[in-house]
Write a protein that binds this ligand. Structure first.
Ligand SMILES: C[S@@+](CC[C@H](N)C(=O)[O-])C[C@H]1O[C@@H](n2cnc3c(N)ncnc32)[C@H](O)[C@@H]1O
Length: 220
């Protein structure tokens, strides 16, 4: 399935060049710290099907597939330019299935349904409030009963310093889209989508604000 919709904010905002994305994230988000914590939290198992929504240039999906060689990992993103980079990276490393689609329009893609684990990283902060909710509801629909959902994203900015640093993200991605995250909207939105056991597992200070890791379960 392909989408031509441009109704999304690209990885580095509307002005940044996707070719620079991996370097910018490494530098500006303490990427190794939060990504390795997220991979530990997801804890992929042999034989599982794992979906990464808003996979961008594919770093997380490739790392998950690398960790468990007989897991099936599927990365989904609306941006064909980001997916081209992801494809090139995985061709040189491990097989990952890439799907060009919006994160809330996935009901008709058969191999996504009934997945075991579903995740997203740094996606929801750059979506409008209604889209944050519809992606979370989509994640709920795709998961099998008892399946687990994970998020790494800018969450509640609890100190003056983190709020100040998060302004950099707000300038790039837009105040309206990012402010609900800074005010701590995610746990309530995750619960409203139908998930249980919603836990903010950790909060990691970065040069662009704090990134929170969340886990939740679709009731079995
Ligand atoms: C900041 S990048 C994060 C990429 C990757 N997940 C990572 O951790 O590096 C945000 C990604 O979300 C994607 N995105 C934006 N709106 C989306 C939507 N409505 N559904 C799915 N993905 C979306 C963008 O195309 C972009 O690749």
């Amino acid at each position: 399935m392909t989408t031509t919709s441009k109704d999304f904010v690209p990885a580095l905002g509307r002005v940044g060049n996707i070719d620079r994305y991996d370097r910018v994230v490494a530098l500006m988000t303490r990427e190794k710290r939060w990504r390795s914590a997220l991979i530990r939290l997801i804890d992929p198992q042999p034989g599982e099907r794992i979906v990464d929504i808003g996979c961008g240039t594919g770093t997380l999906a490739i790392a998950l597939r690398h960790k468990v060689s007989d897991a099936m990992v599927i990365g989904v993103d609306p941006d064909p330019e980001a997916l081209a980079i992801a494809r090139a990276k995985s061709a040189a490393a491990v097989p990952v299935d890439w799907v060009n689609a919006m994160g809330d329009a996935l009901d008709d893609i058969p191999h996504l349904a009934d997945c075991d684990r579903i995740t997203s990283s740094l996606v929801l902060h750059q979506c409008p409030l209604a889209v944050k909710s519809s992606i979370l509801r989509q994640k709920w629909r795709l998961l099998r009963p008892g399946g687990q959902m994970f998020i790494a994203d800018y969450g509640e900015q609890r100190s003056f310093l983190m709020r100040l640093l998060f302004r950099q993200v707000q300038i790039v991605d837009g105040f309206e889209l990012t402010e609900p995250n800074a005010r701590g909207c995610l746990p309530a939105l995750i619960e409203a989508a139908g998930f249980e056991a919603v836990i903010e597992q950790s909060v990691i200070a970065t040069p662009t604000g704090s990134i929170s890791l969340y886990s939740a379960v679709k009731p079995g």
